[in-house]
Design a protein around this ligand. Structure first.
Ligand code: PMP
Length: 305
């Protein structure tokens, strides 16, 4: 991966090689860090980078921090400003992925959240495709279960919970699948290893509600709005049974890294006609226009860097 030359670390922009966290730091030892994954898209026409919905990403980051009893001396606006500063430091002219993190920065053994210092850091990496096969993916149902709100809150983007995502992803890949659908403790569809789940049934777009232990995805929120406002599609947030997925007309998954992944098979059953469906294709094209600042109505989501 093509990493940034600079990072934001301990209050300032430094060369990436100097942005190092101790082996004795709480965040490293206990997974007590929260993060976001954001993208900035290069617009060749406008010769500019546009960060996609950074306010919403930082809002979720600060919400995750609140759950984990963390606080930092920056609000969303300050975080956006230092993101712009960091992007400019390396003069990126391609699509990039940003990884802001808030972590328990004190040293020493003793697992807890209280009476520990918190800090913030961020680096950037060039980023193209997350899933090689994003137009014809084969999914499986994971034998793992999604972390529960009362285990590690799923609506927080908490690093420790990504041990769950890693188990889901690796077992799916080793079994020959592109990605997995993970069920919650009640057996309902929650999401993917790091993407939200959508299906089309009877012409309606259906996605699990936040109370089914999903991460409240910024891409998910954007897709719901675009489907309703631009394509006039009815969107329903409700619990989804495993067997319903086999009967869906279309299935796709969304995330900042993944973008919109069309799934055409689930556990060897073809979805719909076994090729990317029309609504998925339309949403992918629309989303690509929106993130690259080509859609006048949604320029409010593109923050110029
Ligand atoms: N679920 C999980 C567990 C994730 O890690 C991600 C990626 N952040 C998503 C869903 C999708 O969220 P977003 O659209 O905000 O990237």
């Amino acid at each position: 991966m093509d990493l940034s030359k600079h990072a934001f670390f301990e209050g300032k922009i430094v060369p990436l090689a100097e942005a190092k966290i101790s082996v004795a730091a709480h965040g490293f030892m206990y997974g007590t860090t929260v993060f976001s994954g954001m993208r900035a898209y290069w617009s060749g026409e406008k010769e500019r980078l546009f960060i996609f919905r950074p306010y919403e990403h930082f809002r979720r980051l600060l919400d995750s921090a609140k759950i984990m009893s963390m606080s930092i001396p920056y609000d969303e606006r300050a975080l956006i400003d230092l993101t712009i500063e960091l992007l400019r430091a390396d003069d990126w002219r391609e699509d990039v992925y940003l990884r802001p993190t808030i972590y328990k920065a004190d040293f020493g053994v003793g697992v807890r959240l209280h009476n520990l210092r918190d800090d913030f850091c961020m680096f950037v990496t060039a980023f193209d495709k997350y899933l090689a096969n994003d137009s014809d993916a084969h999914l499986t149902f994971s034998s793992w279960r999604r972390v529960d709100d009362n285990v590690i809150p799923a609506r927080g983007k908490i690093s420790g919970a990504y041990a769950n995502s890693a188990l889901i992803k690796t077992d799916a890949n080793r079994a020959g699948f592109d990605e997995a659908i993970v069920l919650d403790q009640d057996g309902h569809v929650s999401e993917g290893s790091a993407m939200n789940f959508f299906m089309v049934r009877d012409g309606k777009l259906v996605t699990p509600p936040p109370t089914d232990n999903i991460l409240e995805g910024i891409t998910r929120r954007s897709i719901i709005e675009l489907a309703r406002e631009e394509l006039g599609v009815e969107v329903v947030e409700r619990s989804i049974d495993r067997s319903e997925v086999f009967l869906a007309e279309e299935v796709f998954m969304t995330g900042t890294a993944a973008q919109i992944v069309a799934a055409t098979r689930v556990d060897y059953r073809p979805i719909g006609g076994g090729v990317m469906g029309p609504l998925t294709a339309k949403l992918r094209a629309l989303f690509d226009d929106v993130v690259h600042a080509r859609h006048p109505k949604y320029l409010k989501w593109n923050v110029e860097a």
